[in-house]
Design a protein around this ligand. Structure first.
Ligand SMILES: Nc1nc2c(c(=O)[nH]1)N[C@H]1C(S)=C(S)[C@@H](COP(=O)(O)O)O[C@H]1N2
Ligand SMILES: [Mo]
Length: 297
């Protein structure tokens, strides 16, 4: 399989800088003053609009442009669908999606998404803790990590016909991260079923990690002994580590992670300071006690 060169993808940061540059040219000093002001005053409790959440996405199975997932995923069929839980468990199980939706009631969970490219959203998901789903199986003591596999279906996912990533999309967590109550199985958005472009019928969401850790359209959850190789580590290990906790002090090799552009419908997409663990430090920092988070990026 041909390896895709990541330097060929225009980073969001460059696109954004170009826009800021043009904007500042047009608005002169006023434009710059406004940008500084926005850095301090953005309301981080206002959810991003349904339209922005569902039309500005990364979902490479449907293409690499932000508009592709919305445009190219509408005919994707999410029934029938089964999620298999296997690996270091007493008894593997196959769970039909409707059984999952019926046996685990979803609640609204407003969570912040920080994409590694430098943009963020506040998303009112519907979902429940992954730990509840994992408790359906008896996990063996040998299990130390959890591997998430997204669907492989190049016939119905145009983006998978190109070797942009090493398909299927694979992500992973340490077992204690997976069991943390904030780690969510997402089944809906704004009180409605999850749209295809956001990972229907079921996706994982880990709010303190960069967005790419939160795999969409999950078909397999595997309990494993060793740290799994992920799609992004395979693509560019220097840039994407296993942990990928949101961390303003550890820059991406090609751009800073200190600030982010909040997508919230404002004309001048405001930039705010990125928070350690995406603002969830009180809840999750204890998971990383004694770890060097610069080495374990
Ligand atoms: N299967 C799969 N999952 C994926 C991706 C992808 O390309 N394929 N993109 C990731 C990235 S980079 C981000 S930022 C989030 C975006 O989630 P959203 O579309 O719900 O905002 O999904 C993540 N999960
Ligand atoms: Mo992302």
């Amino acid at each position: 399989m041909k390896k895709f060169k990541y330097s060929e993808i225009t980073p969001e940061k460059i696109y954004n800088n170009r826009r800021t540059f043009l904007k500042n040219l047009g608005y002169g000093i006023g434009g710059i003053a406004f940008a500084n002001n926005a850095l301090a005053n953005t309301d981080l409790s206002k959810p991003t609009s349904y339209k922005d959440i569902t039309t500005y996405n990364n979902y490479y199975e449907f293409g690499t442009s932000k508009g592709d997932p919305y445009k190219k995923s509408q005919d994707f069929k999410t029934r029938p669908w089964t999620v298999r839980i296997e690996g270091e468990v007493e008894e593997p199980i196959d769970l039909p999606i409707d059984e999952i939706l019926n046996s685990f009631p979803s609640e609204e969970r407003v969570q912040r998404l920080r994409c590694v490219e430098g943009w963020s959203m506040i998303i009112p998901w519907m979902g429940f803790s992954l730990s509840e789903l994992l408790n359906k199986v008896k996990i063996k003591p040998e299990a130390k990590f959890v591997k998430f596999e997204s669907v492989y279906d190049p016939e119905n996912m145009v983006g998978q016909r190109r070797a942009v990533l090493n398909w299927p999309y694979v992500e992973g967590l340490r077992l204690d991260e997976a069991m943390h109550p904030l780690t969510t199985v997402v089944t809906g958005l704004y009180g409605k079923p999850l749209p295809n472009q956001n990972g229907a019928p079921l996706r994982i969401f880990i709010p303190w990690k960069y967005g790419f850790k939160s795999g969409k359209a999950i078909v397999k959850i595997e309990l494993v002994k060793k740290m799994p190789m992920t799609a992004w580590m395979w693509a560019s290990p220097r840039e994407y580590g296993f942990y990928s906790n949101v961390n303003p002090n550890v820059n991406h090799p090609r751009w800073s992670q200190a600030t982010e552009r909040v997508i919230n419908g404002e004309v001048f997409s405001p930039r705010v300071k990125t928070l350690m663990f995406n603002g969830y430090g009180d809840e999750v920092a204890h998971l990383y006690t004694g770890m060097d988070l610069k080495k374990n990026f």
